[in-house]
Design a protein. Structure first.
Length: 271
């Protein structure tokens, strides 16, 4: 759909690029000519993904927990040593667990905030200071979630993603001085490996949730990759500071938002 060499010679970092949405983004970027670096925690799976992705172009990897400062620095140093620059950062790594708010422990809250909010900000700041600001050019895309009506069953990630939505606006303004564009994508429910990690109550409501989406289906990883490539490309050269909902209008009408919370309460009690 895009011009074949759209990202020729561009260096792209995709966090969480070993699976699901991040993998699809990495594959599409490679097919469009970019050099892609993927990073996530599980080194074996990451290595395997980088080997598979190498059939589409130049893909390298480094294990990195985005919550750990020394690991983020090692990633930045590798990109500098291998490529000397970075053009596009896709903050896709993230995750959470469904749980009624009253059951979330302090550590559970902190783990999710550190993952989705702190990890995203620190990665953006590091890459901006070392690459985008000196280059006077850069592009950041933050993958968030559908938080339009809060996020019942996942209060921690709702708060974290709202923080990222807001920092997207602030950084777009502050870093406009350096010709850095910053945007976010809010996927609705996407058919991806990520969904398989969720417990039974989530699996039980998926049919009903799918039917409640105005477009009557969940999204695909390719649809999120398409949007990422559009926002990262010159086609979007005047777009900065926006959060684009890619969700078949699910944020406007997506069924009973409390159903999962009620099921999770019953599920938690039964364990
Ligand atoms: C209709 C459904 C719509 C869905 C829309 C969204 C979909 C997606 O986002 S799909 C992508 C999902 N993928 C993932 O979420 C996978 C990644 N997730 C994680 O890695 C975890 O959720 C994590 C962020 C919490 C992992 O952090 P980590 O530091 O590795 O976690 P620990 O095991 O050390 O636990 C820390 C703390 O958190 C508590 N905790 C972890 N899991 C749960 C759980 N399922 N339920 C309750 N509490 C949990 C854990 O107990 C620890 O707290 P303490 O016990 O108090 O120490
Ligand atoms: N699928 C969906 O319906 C939706 C997904 N999202 C978000 O989109 C993103 C991708 O999700 P999806 O592909 O579906 O799910 P996956 O679970 O497949 O992807 C999550 C990726 O993030 C990596 N990751 C998680 N935590 C860390 C960390 N601390 N440091 C580095 N890497 C990490 C994981 O790798 P590893 O385990 O090796 O670290 C994995 O590659 C996530 O942020 C997710 O929350 C948002 C809305 C809906």
């Amino acid at each position: 759909m895009f011009q074949k060499d759209l990202f020729k010679d561009k260096v792209v970092l995709v966090t969480g690029g070993r699976s699901g949405i991040g993998y699809a983004i990495s594959q599409m970027m490679l097919e469009l000519g970019a050099k892609v670096v993927i990073a996530s925690r599980k080194e074996d799976l990451l290595k395997q993904a980088a080997e598979e992705l190498s059939q589409y172009g130049e893909c390298s990897y480094l294990a990195c927990d985005i919550r750990e400062s020394d690991q983020r620095t090692a990633l930045m140093e590798k990109i500098k040593a291998d490529n000397g620059r970075l053009d596009i950062l896709v903050n896709n790594a993230g995750g959470q667990f469904p749980a009624p708010a009253e059951t979330i422990s302090e550590n559970g809250w902190d783990a999710v905030i550190n993952n989705n909010l702190n990890g995203t900000f620190h990665m953006s700041s590091l890459m901006a200071r070392h690459f985008f600001i000196p280059q006077k050019e850069g592009c950041i895309i933050n993958i968030i979630a559908n938080i339009y009506r809060g996020f019942p069953s996942m209060v921690h990630t709702g708060a974290a993603r709202a923080g990222v939505e807001n920092l997207t606006k602030t950084l777009a303004v502050e870093w406009g001085d350096y010709n850095i564009r910053v945007n976010a994508i809010a996927p609705g429910t996407i058919e991806s490996s990520g969904l398989d990690t969720y417990p039974k109550p989530v699996q039980d409501i998926l049919g009903e949730a799918r039917a409640a989406v105005p477009l009557k289906r969940f999204g695909t990883v390719t649809e999120i990759a398409n949007t990422t490539c559009f926002l990262a490309s010159p086609l979007a050269s005047y777009i900065s500071g926006v959060s684009l909902y890619v969700d078949g209008a699910q944020h406007l009408n997506g069924g009973d938002p409390m159903k999962l919370t009620r099921l999770m309460r019953a599920f938690t009690k039964s364990r």
